[in-house]
Design a protein around this ligand. Structure first.
Ligand code: PLP
Length: 288
């Protein structure tokens, strides 16, 4: 078979341009505005579980800010899945910390909970301190064994940042992936389940945390009528134009994984299934 199988092709609903046009008509051509707020609301509604969502310029930015909010800093270690895209681990190094890679298991191709616990014990024995965070991934949208990972993380009181960049719409036991840990990362890059051409979001536990993430995503600007900065911040907010694409995409989000998934288009026998079905099924997992 010589057919090329793309990860995911962009699939437009047709409503994206109306949101973008409105942004131009009202001159909201900036990294904030009604589309950004609307897209965040759409995502919040989609992920449920009383979570809050911050729209950002990339999934990588979301990983970075989640690590920052977990207090990761120079000299710390963060456990990351070894079989993933580099953006799961690069931000660990932005903060002067070191990634500790944990291999995947055969059922889901995601972080092996047994090896995770071994790694935690090993690092505590060797360094005298716990890893600062755990970053499991939902590779190709396949849910990781998140219940087992959460049980271990809770036992050692280590925050989990779920890298669901590739997993928008995937569920574990009915619950949206990215809503189990303290933070969940989404990406809207062109090869993801929905796209904003480029962009990402961070799923946050509550309103207060959302505000903190927004603060760091907008250059850590203090709330004065003039520019005052007391901490290091980043320029990570999503633009109102990109968010317009996102709002259009969210109008078809419940079904987006079906037409957008190019594997299904390549292989007729997989129509109606998910690309993740190329892996062995996990009994507790429901996807989509
Ligand atoms: C697993 C994973 N994590 C993080 C990212 C980073 O997302 P972005 O490209 O939006 O920065 C990606 C995608 O590129 C990804 O596949």
């Amino acid at each position: 078979m010589n057919k090329r199988i793309s990860l995911c092709l962009a699939h437009m609903s047709g409503k994206e341009q109306a949101f973008i046009q409105e942004a131009f008509d009202t001159n909201w051509v900036v990294p904030l505005g009604p589309n950004v707020n609307g897209f965040e609301e759409d995502l919040k509604h989609f992920v449920g579980n009383n979570k809050e969502v911050v729209a950002l310029s990339a999934g990588t930015a979301a990983v970075h800010l989640a690590l920052l909010a977990c207090g990761v800093g120079p000299g710390d270690e963060v456990i990351v899945q070894s079989f993933t895209f580099c953006a799961s681990s690069h931000p660990v190094t932005y903060l002067g910390a070191t990634p500790v890679f944990v291999d995947s298991e055969a059922d889901t191709w995601n972080m092996d909970p047994v090896l995770l616990e071994e790694a935690i014990k090993d690092r505590i024995a060797k360094t005298g301190k716990k890893p600062k965070a755990i970053v499991p991934v939902y590779l190709y949208g396949m849910p990781a064994k998140i219940e087992e990972i959460m049980a271990i993380a809770d036992r050692y009181d280590i925050p989990v940042i779920e890298d669901a960049a590739e997993g928008l719409g995937s569920r574990y036991d009915g619950q949206v992936c990215g809503t189990f840990g303290r933070y969940g990362v989404l990406s809207f890059n062109g090869n993801k389940m929905i796209t904003t051409s480029g962009g990402g979001a961070l799923i946050c536990p509550d309103e207060e945390t959302k505000k903190k993430i927004m603060f760091y995503a907008t250059q850590a600007r203090e709330s004065y009528p003039y520019y005052q900065h007391e901490e290091i911040g980043y320029n990570y907010r999503m633009s109102n134009i990109c968010a317009g694409i996102g709002r259009g995409q969210m109008t078809i989000s419940p079904t987006i994984s079906i037409p957008a998934n190019s594997i299904r288009n390549c292989l007729p026998e997989w129509k109606g299934s998910y690309c993740t079905r190329i892996l062995l099924p996990v009994s507790t997992v429901t996807i989509g």
